[in-house]
Each structure stands twice: as structure tokens, then as C-alpha cells.
Design a protein around this ligand. Structure first.
Ligand code: CP3
Length: 355
């Protein structure tokens, strides 16, 4: 380890000491750090311009494009962290699953995974399968300076939902049918996905990501007892796979009010909270020893600047007693959001919390 490198991983000391990583570690911060889920993407005209004519999955495999798109919201909004531009289905595509991302729809899988024979198509992921990720993160960390890069992956349940349903689903009926009807097949599927996801996060950390977020976007569809029995073991395996790197591990899902304690228990250092539970109440549910991330309703950004400030202030007040707080939305930036509303929100949180 050289003098300007931190104890945890490869990042320079200035990155290690950034407000975002300090908040994740529940250390004192110069201001509350801010980033937004889906901060790169359709809300930005510069994104729409560089993506013109290039399919989503193809753009994820081009390191030059990934680097540019990841940097766009950092330049424009002055957020405290970058999130690697990709999608949760990229590692599945990389191991040969026949899927595509359809504009306005989301990931669609040609042949859904419904049987034990289908499971054989889910092979392990090697770093060579995603060499473009290693290359892009190398380019990115050089450009980002002291701004940390967040790597991410989809959690086993949310990935399983796309694979088993064959596409986006409101009720997850085929997924739950397998979970309740063939618990051994379900456990084997989630365990296989946990291996792929863990390997994918390792690639990102080895390449220079300073934190990772596990997106279990749709797990709020489950009751706590079912989550604990049928999902938590797989998500815990993902978190264990990257525990030794010492980089913060963030765990996020939507509609997870009843699951917040378990999301922490699965092995997260930071629990992401949507807008349905105030952060002080979320802290009681999560318990001590973990930071929280959230939780402005992304739809609030369509309101007046004054209303956005009022709601942001409420969140900062609810977060006042927390051990660590990373300001974020309660889910991703909506595509029609005015980007200036996001820039104003970053400045507001920074001003209000400057110490
Ligand atoms: C569930 C999920 C997916 N993908 C993702 C999740 C978890 C986060 C969440 O809950 O929102 C994760 C994701 N997908 C994307 C990012 C980019 C990084 C960032 O946050 O800036 C991240 C973190 C890019 C993307 N992923 C996608 C886009 C839009 C495609 C485009 O711009 O053409 C982007 C920018 C496609 C996608 N991919 C997925 C959906 C639902 C969609 C939207 C479909 C649509 O409305 O067109 C699956």
C-alpha cells in the first residue's frame, strides 16, 4: 500500500475521505452527500444525444460511452458520487442469456427460466465475460478524481423475477409460484444468481469501484417471513462475497418498509429507504450500526422549487439524529424530470448541511 492509498482497496486517500464514503462509514462529514439513483439517463439531454441510435445493452458494452454517460450527472449536478452506467441484466447477458432491454418496457427474456433444465443455462460469470466493465472503470476512476464510483448489481430476487416472468411483472406470479411450489429449485436458482452477482460486484471493486449497491427493486412484494426464508440467504451470500474488500455495501428495494431490518441483516452497511417510511422511523427499524440512504419521492421533483425544498428539509430533519445519512431519492430519477430541479436540490442539501 503506497502512502496516498487508503486502507480499504485501491482508491486514493482523497476518495476514501470523500463525504459520501465517510457517511457510509458513519463518520463525521463536511456536508450531507447527495447522489441520485438513475442520475445518468433520459432526464439529461446530453445523455439522449450520445445514446441516439445505440441500443441500451450495446451502450453498456462500450467503455468510451459508459465513461461519458457516467460522468454526465457528476459534471452537471455536482453530486457526491458517480454510479457506474450499466443495467442489472448486463451480467446475465454476459453469460449468454438471450435477453434484451426494450425501450419503455425494460428487460425482456426470450426463454424464461422455469425448470431445472433451464437452470443449466445460468453458468458462472468470469471477469473475461465483462472485460469492458474493467476497462470502463479504469477509464472512469482516472477521470473522477476524488469522486467515488458506486458499482452495482441486481439482487437475486429481482433478477429471478425478470428471468422467471420473462419480463417486467406487477404481481410476480410465476416467480412466487416457483418460490412456494418448488422451494428447492427456487433456492438453487437464487444461489446460482448470488454467485453470478457476487462475481460481478468483485470485478467492479477490483477495477476501482469504491462502494457497491445491491438493487433488490421488487422485493417489497414479499412478506418478511418469506423474505427471511427464501431470499435473505442468497442476498447475504452476495454481501459475504465482497465483505473482505471493506468497501461500503448499500442494499436498496422499493416498498420495503416491513423489510428494512432484514435488508440490513442480510449484510448491508447502508440501507436504502423509499419515501414511504420517514428516516427516523427507518432508523428504528434498521437498528444501530448501519447508515441510511434516501428518501425523497422522485415525483416531488415535478413540483415547485419551494415544495422540493420543503420536502428535502423534512428529510434532513428526520435524518438529524442518524449515525450516517446519504441523501438520495426513494427510487430512480423519472425520465421526464427537469434536470435543473436535480441540480438545485444538490446545492440545497449541501448548503443546508455545511458544517
Ligand atoms: C429494476 C432495474 C432495471 N435496471 C436497474 C434496476 C434497478 C434500479 C431500479 O429499481 O430502478 C438498474 C439500472 N439501470 C440503469 C442504471 C444506471 C445507473 C444510474 O443509476 O444512473 C441502473 C442503476 C440504466 C438504465 N436502464 C434502462 C434505462 C433506459 C433505457 C434507455 O435509456 O434507452 C437506463 C438508462 C432500462 C431499464 N432496465 C430496467 C428497467 C425497469 C428499465 C426501464 C425501461 C424503460 O422505461 O425504458 C431494469
Amino acid at each position: 500500500m503506497s502512502a496516498n492509498q487508503s486502507p480499504a482497496g485501491k482508491q486514493p486517500t482523497a476518495t476514501y475521505d470523500s463525504a459520501f464514503l465517510r457517511a457510509c462509514r458513519r463518520e463525521p462529514v463536511p456536508h450531507t452527500p447527495v447522489w441520485f439513483m438513475r442520475q445518468a439517463g433520459r432526464s439529461l439531454p446530453e445523455y439522449r444525444k450520445v445514446r441516439e441510435g445505440i441500443p441500451m445493452l450495446e451502450s453498456c458494452m462500450r467503455p468510451d460511452l459508459v465513461t461519458e454517460i457516467t460522468l454526465q450527472p457528476v459534471r452537471r449536478h455536482g453530486v457526491d458520487a458517480a454510479i457506474y452506467f450499466s443495467d442489472i441484466v448486463v451480467p446475465l447477458k454476459a453469460i449468454g442469456i438471450d435477453l434484451d432491454i426494450k425501450p419503455g418496457v425494460g428487460p425482456v427474456v426470450e426463454r424464461p427460466v422455469r425448470s431445472r433444465a433451464d437452470l443449466a443455462r445460468l453458468r458462472d460469470l468470469t471477469p473475461e465475460d465483462v472485460s469492458y466493465v474493467t476497462e470502463a472503470i479504469g477509464l472512469l476512476t482516472r477521470e473522477l478524481g476524488s469522486t467515488p464510483l458506486i458499482g452495482f448489481a441486481g439482487a437475486p430476487f429481482t433478477l429471478a423475477s425478470y428471468l422467471v416472468e420473462g419480463g417486467p411483472s406487477r404481481n410476480h406470479e410465476h416467480t412466487k409460484a416457483m418460490m412456494y411450489g418448488d422451494p428447492q429449485l427456487w433456492a438453487d436458482l437464487l444461489d446460482r444468481l448470488a454467485g453470478i452477482t457476487g462475481a460481478f460486484l468483485k470485478v467492479q471493486i477490483e477495477a476501482g469501484a469504491s462502494a457497491v449497491q445491491l438493487f433488490d427493486s421488487w422485493v417489497g412484494a414479499l412478506a418478511p417471513a418469506d423474505y427471511r426464508r427464501s431470499v435473505l440467504p442468497a442476498s447475504a451470500k452476495v454481501f459475504r462475497a465482497v465483505a473482505d474488500y471493506g468497501v461500503p455495501r448499500i442494499h436498496f428495494g422499493v416498498g420495503t418498509g416491513e423489510l428494512l431490518g432484514l435488508l440490513g441483516e442480510a449484510g448491508a452497511d447502508v440501507v436504502g429507504v423509499d419515501w414511504r417510511v420517514p428516516l427516523d422511523e427507518a432508523a428504528r427499524r434498521v437498528g444501530p450500526g448501519r447508515a441510511l440512504q434516501g428518501n425523497l419521492d422522485p415525483a416531488v421533483l415535478f413540483s415547485t422549487p419551494e415544495a422540493v425544498q420543503t420536502k428535502a428539509r423534512e428529510i434532513l430533519d428526520a435524518a438529524a439524529g442518524l449515525e450516517g445519512h446519504v441523501f438520495n431519492l426513494g427510487h430512480g430519477v423519472l425520465p421526464a424530470t427537469d434536470p435543473d430541479a436535480l441540480t438545485r436540490l444538490v446545492s440545497y442539501v449541501h448548503e443546508q448541511t455545511a458544517r
